[in-house]
Design a protein around this ligand. Structure first.
Ligand code: SAM
Length: 363
């Protein structure tokens, strides 16, 4: 019997008997839940995740405005559509004014968190990133600024933090060394990526780790290692999405990750990190028309509509058939709000900081 599971949900009224049968403590129990294809077991898992999420965040779903500000990338991750070696990509960079324009539109639409994501683009030197962060911070002193621009030195992360960045998303992608090697070129290493995450946490960022589900060569044991790494790092945010092949990449001919396995990983992450902010990712919405809503039903509590200018959205093509590349930001938000309400959730436009308290710099 799963003692941790019972602890995690004991504050709830109406805990269903099947939830008490979920063993989220032992490796064997977790592996069983990672791999089960029994719909009754899965539903028990999702129901338990919903209960744990409700205790930390009620029915609220937090909205973050995503600004994809560059698709240039010096890296060559074998799975990623904007990898430097993909000669078929039309590259773009947004100017400071364009980025601020996205923030202004986002603010008018009610967003209180801006997520700046991009490839690892050396043109955006530390000075330029500081200028962008400081510029947003000047106009929006109370908003959250999230960066997702890959691996940089500890000193760089410290500068961005001092300029006003609060959060940082850096998926670890896979916590297994051998698996990491098969998804990335020699120039990249899992230990460096993990070190970046620990640096970010020590500096005082709210940190987001995460991984793809169903990448080529991934085993259930690899997914277990992902969960164990999350328990060690204790990130405030966790991004989990299915791998989706992009035809022009070295892994473009492999099958993509499955919806239900991704949902099980979202639910297990919720059970192990009850207060984490977990997005229902665009990739989930891409592999199923109701994928994001199902993500919320499996314990996720964040959505990240796209605030990037309409003309560049289709160019930020990490994988094939990405959704929401044509919607106006306003339409996107209203459409998503309606759908979320339809599933019994409550859209929340507040900053939506981590419910577990502020991270302690140096801690
Ligand atoms: N460069 C930054 C970094 O490395 O964290 C942020 C941009 S990166 C493109 C954002 C995320 O996209 C990656 O962490 C990866 O998990 C995801 N991604 C890339 N290619 C993908 C694919 N083919 N399928 C699903 N997700 C993918």
């Amino acid at each position: 019997m799963g003692a941790r599971m019972i602890d995690a949900v004991s504050g709830h009224s109406g805990i269903e008997a099947p939830a008490a049968g979920l063993d989220t403590r032992s490796d064997a129990g977790l592996l069983e839940l990672i791999t089960t294809e029994d719909p009754v077991r899965e539903e028990a898992l999702f129901a338990a995740a919903r209960q744990v999420r409700a205790r930390s965040y009620g029915q609220d779903v937090y909205f973050r405005g995503l600004i994809e500000f560059t698709n240039h990338c010096k890296n060559n991750c074998y799975y990623c559509g904007i990898r430097g070696g993909n000669g078929q990509v039309e590259r773009y960079r947004l100017s400071l004014e364009e980025i601020l324009g996205c923030c202004r539109l986002g603010d008018l639409l009610g967003y209180r968190t801006f997520v700046l994501q991009g490839g690892e683009d050396p043109w955006f030197t530390d000075d330029r990133i500081v200028e962008i962060v400081a510029g947003i911070r000047r106009e929006y002193p109370g908003h959250a600024i999230t960066l997702s621009i890959g691996e940089r030195s500890r000193e760089s992360y410290e500068r961005f933090f001092r300029a006003g960045a609060n959060r940082y998303l850096l998926r670890h992608e896979t916590a297994n060394d051998d698996h990491y090697r098969r998804l990335h070129p020699e120039s990249m290493s899992l230990s460096e990526r993990k070190q970046c995450l620990f640096n970010l946490r020590e500096i005082g960022y709210q940190v987001g780790a995460g991984f793809m589900v169903g990448t080529p060569f991934q085993t259930p044991e690899n997914l277990l290692e992902d969960l164990r790494f999350l328990q060690e790092l204790k990130p405030q945010m966790v991004g989990i999405g299915p791998f989706i092949p992009q035809a022009a990449t070295p892994l473009g001919a492999y099958p993509g990750g499955g919806l239900r396995q991704t949902l099980r990983m979202v639910a297990l992450t919720r059970l192990l990190l009850p207060q984490a902010l977990i997005p229902a990712t665009t990739a989930l919405g891409t592999i199923s028309p109701t994928g994001r809503e199902k993500g919320l039903m499996a314990g996720a509590n964040v959505v990240m509509p796209n605030l990037s200018p309409k003309d560049v959205r289709k160019l930020y093509a990490l994988y094939d058939n990405k959704i929401c590349t044509g919607d106006e930001a306003a339409e996107c938000r209203l459409c998503m709000e309606g759908r979320i309400r339809g599933f019994g959730f409550v859209p929340n436009m507040a900053r939506g900081d981590y419910a577990g308290g502020a991270p302690v710099p140096g801690g």
